[in-house]
Design a protein around this ligand. Sequence first.
Ligand SMILES: Cc1cc2nc3c(=O)[nH]c(=O)nc-3n(C[C@H](O)[C@H](O)[C@H](O)COP(=O)(O)OP(=O)(O)OC[C@H]3O[C@@H](n4cnc5c(N)ncnc54)[C@H](O)[C@@H]3O)c2cc1C
Length: 394
Amino acid sequence: MRIAISGAGVAGPAAAFWLSRAGHEVTLIERAPQFRAGGYIVDFWGVGYDVAERMGIIGKVRDAGYLVREVRLVDRQGRRVSGFDVGSLRSVTGDRFTSLPRGQLALASYHALGDKVEALFGESIVSVQDKGPALRLSFEKQSPREFDLLIGADGQHSNVRRLVFGPEERFEKRLGYYVAAFEASGYGPRDELVYMMHCIPGRQVSRFSMRGGRTMFLFIFRSEYLRGPEPHDTAGFKSTLENVFADVGWETPQILAAMRGVDEVYFDRVAQIKLPAWSKGRVALIGDAAAAVSLLAGEGTGLGLTEAYVLAGALRDADGDHVRAFQHYEQTLRRFVEAKQKGAENFASTFAPRTAFGVWARDQALKLMAVPALARVFLSSALKDDITLPDYRA
Ligand SMILES: Cc1cc2nc3c(=O)[nH]c(=O)nc-3n(C[C@H](O)[C@H](O)[C@H](O)COP(=O)(O)OP(=O)(O)OC[C@H]3O[C@@H](n4cnc5c(N)ncnc54)[C@H](O)[C@@H]3O)c2cc1C
């Protein structure tokens, strides 16, 4: 079949990998002018780790990853107040856990495609018409083309979802936070392999030192700190962060100064996507487009890879009957993914606590994680993926 995939993030290239391997003619359509290999750091483990292993990319993923040693919470003077040893996460997952820039994970799948997939960068679909036996897609730049299927893998603010399923507001559940991130070169201090965090009621700022003298910074704040409308461009993101974090201690003034010199800042609301169905006719959604779990689940990338894998496998087993395949894909994964969404929603209240007491209680809980036996009990249930993946490798 001729299959178009919108989005070359984490899920899109993985779907292209499995679909092209099954003999389909795949076209990957990405809005960015070139492949985006950087981005904030994601923790990668669980069922997605298994899929990456099945794709033969786990070596590359681990090479790009960091074996973070410690998460350290500090006060306004930079003194340690709490934290935990990340070695506990690795030990409960049997060392199947790493942390790497989101784009590096995406790149590992993208490189595995070789020249088997057509890739259109700097392009976006503007309309989808169902012509019965095929879909007619119109593009921003190219002439219209026909495809048998369309997979929307274009993220939380999916274009395909908007065109085919309806406006985002209908499916978005906001979790009450905003998140922002940027990368800068030459920032000091560096605390190698330590994830440094400073948290006051409703606001949190963190940094992580990467290779090549780069540092990744992450801001999270509760929605009530945003006064006025949501910003929509880099200048707006920067001035919002300057305002919201103006009175925050630790290295925050220095971090904000570093932000002034960068060209790119990621900024978004923390939200989930909940759709009544993940497919419609010849169009299916995967990854954040279908069912974003949010950063609070810490597993969106792994779920995106898993959705790509199961969708492609279901299509192969259904001998190209897309209706049956799309149903099977959703039946296999929906309950599992919904449970992840629920877990993230429950976690949202403790993530950047509203009050000083909440911050204190959260710090105390983190201190308990320093006790190895307690950490193992807590983490083995938090990191458990309650699903057995079908084996589509043969
Ligand atoms: C700050 C932060 C921290 C996170 N931490 C973790 C973590 O620790 N662990 C984890 O597993 N997950 C984490 N996540 C979630 C994870 O990043 C996402 O779940 C994952 O990237 C989703 O993959 P995706 O392929 O569906 O979408 P994306 O990775 O967002 O990719 C979507 C792609 O579609 C492209 N696109 C968008 N619009 C169009 C268009 N109109 N046409 C063509 N292409 C388009 C985009 O440019 C992009 O390349 C975090 C998220 C954030 C924001």
